[in-house]
Design a protein around this ligand. Sequence first.
Ligand SMILES: NC(=O)c1ccc[n+]([C@@H]2O[C@H](COP(=O)([O-])OP(=O)(O)OC[C@H]3O[C@@H](n4cnc5c(N)ncnc54)[C@H](OP(=O)(O)O)[C@@H]3O)[C@@H](O)[C@H]2O)c1
Length: 244
Amino acid sequence: MLGTMRMLECQRTTNEWARFFGSAHDQGVRWLHCSDEYESFPLLCQCLAELRATRPGVTFRFVVKLANPGFDDSRFDESRFVARLSSYSEHLGTDHFDLVQWMWRTKDGGDAHRVSRFLAESARLDQSFSTSVARGLVGQVLCFPYSPTFAHAALTLPSINGLVIYRNVLETEYESALDDCMRLGKHALAIRPFAAGKALASAEATPETLLRYSFSHPAISGIIVGTSSLKHLSELLAASAQAE
Ligand SMILES: NC(=O)c1ccc[n+]([C@@H]2O[C@H](COP(=O)([O-])OP(=O)(O)OC[C@H]3O[C@@H](n4cnc5c(N)ncnc54)[C@H](OP(=O)(O)O)[C@@H]3O)[C@@H](O)[C@H]2O)c1
């Protein structure tokens, strides 16, 4: 799965980025990870619109990030959840999201408070998530937990199919949550296998060994990696075929 957070770090025109995504698709990439909170989001939407006009066969499946409650809210709001999905539909040109990366954020009270608020509202959340799936808006809801404790709590909800977590040689704190995923028949996506490039600094590390590490728990069903280079992308695809 190709991450789109760092697009603005690379000096490219919309047209050049559209060609990059078209070539990534030609190489076999079918999933994009994105967020309307990323500054790159408008550029991504322009690229996808350009591809719809010039290469209609190039289509992607999405992992979209959606926080609810956000930092400024006190509780989960179903109407805002649905409105954010509609907004994603409008901007990304699709009315179905295979994977929603859902987050519970809060400004106050720390993690214990966040977990207890989530548990108190979990029946309502479960209902909302199940309804979105039943209506065909969403394939699965995965939780980006911010903490292992929240991960264990989130996995108790039937409508949460798994997790999105950081997993690389420098970030390893979700092992027991991944075991929980396996026990419950759920799965997880690993974000930033190279620790945003830091893990590649070590002399022994190669993209293949690092991807192999990120894939190394059986609950991991996919990896979200960032690249702005078609050469790196083909190395990543070859390495991930070896590492899976
Ligand atoms: N909380 C969240 O939801 C969250 C947080 C962080 C990231 N993310 C998502 O995860 C995606 C990936 O994260 P990330 O980009 O920060 O970290 P990453 O995937 O661990 O690392 C990306 C870095 O690795 C380099 N790279 C990629 N393939 C390479 C290769 N074959 N050889 C050498 N270098 C290579 C890239 O440089 P080149 O561009 O030169 O290839 C880039 O500098 C993001 O785009 C975003 O979509 C989500």
